[in-house]
Design a protein around this ligand. Structure first.
Ligand SMILES: [Zn+2]
Length: 170
């Protein structure tokens, strides 16, 4: 189904599989799953994350792909790109892409920079590996902006937020 508004679910959290996926199924909508390939099936322990959420495993991601969800790369390690050398950046871009192709058998065309951060000169490097990337990381909890932005970004999300968003879409 072609959604009017793109729904992004960043980080590939188990929460997305358990809570958001069934609701989206019910509404007949699909989203974009931005996964951190080095953390598939693992607990999150990157920089600013304190609550140790778990990421979904390959089987769970595959199930969502089979239901029409799109996979985007959200890097391998979720490091802030602005701290990376050119070589490190390329590794994050290539390695995550290769992982997705090998393990999920889909070709990712979009990259979602961790924290929505990147340096100006890094844009062209990202675009050497992906057709496009999301330039905004706003986690939109006030859905008034949705219509204008045409997309919403979720991490761990409450059913209430998601239902509200789907209500705006419908
Ligand atoms: Zn993230």
């Amino acid at each position: 189904m072609d959604n009017k508004i793109k729904l992004y679910f960043d980080d590939g959290l188990l929460d997305t599989y358990l809570n958001a996926f069934p609701i989206c199924q019910q509404y007949g909508v699909t989203g974009i799953l931005a996964i951190v390939t080095g953390y598939v099936g693992k607990k999150i322990d990157w920089e600013d994350h304190v609550d140790l959420d778990c990421c979904m495993n390959i089987q769970q991601i595959k199930e969502m792909v089979s239901q029409g969800w799109t996979i985007a790369s959200h890097s391998v390690t979720h490091r802030n790109l602005t701290n990376l050398s050119g070589e490190e950046l390329r590794w994050e871009l290539e390695e995550s892409k290769n992982w997705i192709i090998k393990n999920l058998e889909v070709q990712p065309i979009e990259f979602v920079p961790p924290y929505g951060k990147y340096k100006r000169h890094q844009k062209s490097i990202i675009l050497q590996h992906y057709q496009f990337f999301r330039s905004n990381s706003i986690i939109d909890r006030t859905f008034s902006r949705l219509i204008k932005k045409k997309y919403a970004v979720f991490h761990k999300c409450s059913k209430r937020e998601l239902l509200k968003c789907l209500g705006v879409m419908g």
